[in-house]
Design a protein around this ligand. Structure first.
Ligand code: ATP
Length: 210
């Protein structure tokens, strides 16, 4: 992802959104798209879209818009779409089980390859076609895995994160309420669903028109 170093983080975060929409357009046989059309679909204002796209060397032409195939080619390369990133999931509870059943590859080349749990009733079984191994054997299986999804109870999150890092994992999607500490070379994205829901409701009540 060397080329992505030059793209601002805020732009990089919107890439998957653009990618998904453009991929759908492409599947529908459309070869071009205007920034207005894009803007309405992805809910990003067209000035931001134009600025984002200028980082990719995609300069829309007036009255023509953007070339869908060119943009898709760029996004595929930038988002490493041609190379599957292997992901492990730790903690096959309610949320973890839902993720194992969710078809991530619909939109990108990310695949949960394996899952780990403590519960002897879950170990050795499968969920959504993904094998569940014992947490005690985690290190033996993580040889070719780059990222992990953490859906364990918060109390064990830090310890498991440390084991993941020691196994060479460089990205963690943390769904536990615990804030985890990792070395600088490891990226953690924290998604606390109850905080997100609370925050949505707060904004609905206090900023209904913004
Ligand atoms: P469930 O209803 O299946 O218990 P849950 O999401 O409500 O799901 P949690 O207590 O949040 O349950 O635990 C999530 C999952 O993490 C469970 O499957 C549990 O067995 C597993 N788990 C708990 N501790 C560990 C651990 N140290 N290592 C690996 N997995 C663990």
């Amino acid at each position: 992802m060397a080329s992505q170093n030059k793209i601002p983080q805020a732009t990089a975060k919107r890439l998957p959104l653009y990618y998904r929409f453009l991929n759908n357009l492409h599947l529908q046989g459309k070869s071009r798209v205007s920034s207005k059309e894009l803007s309405e679909a992805v809910k990003v204002d067209s000035a931001t879209i134009r600025r984002d796209f200028s980082y990719f060397g995609a300069l829309g032409k007036k009255g023509y818009g953007y070339n869908v195939e060119y943009l898709l080619g760029f996004f595929r390369k930038t988002l490493d779409q041609d190379e599957t990133t292997k992901v492990a999931l730790i903690g096959v509870g309610n949320l973890g089980t839902a993720f194992l059943h969710y078809n991530f590859t619909k939109n990108n080349n990310t695949k949960i390859e394996m899952a780990f749990d403590l519960d002897p009733n879950k170990i050795g079984t499968e969920a959504g076609g993904v094998k569940i191994y014992s947490i005690d054997e985690m290190e033996d299986h993580l040889t070719d895995v780059q990222a992990a999804i953490l859906t364990v109870p918060g109390a064990v999150a830090q310890n498991i994160a440390e084991r993941l890092v020691a196994s060479g994992i460089t990205g963690i999607l943390n769904f536990t309420p615990a804030r985890i500490t990792v070395p600088d070379n490891v990226r953690v994205h924290h998604i606390d669903l109850s905080v997100e829901l609370q925050s949505l409701i707060y904004f609905m009540k206090h900023y209904p028109n913004d």
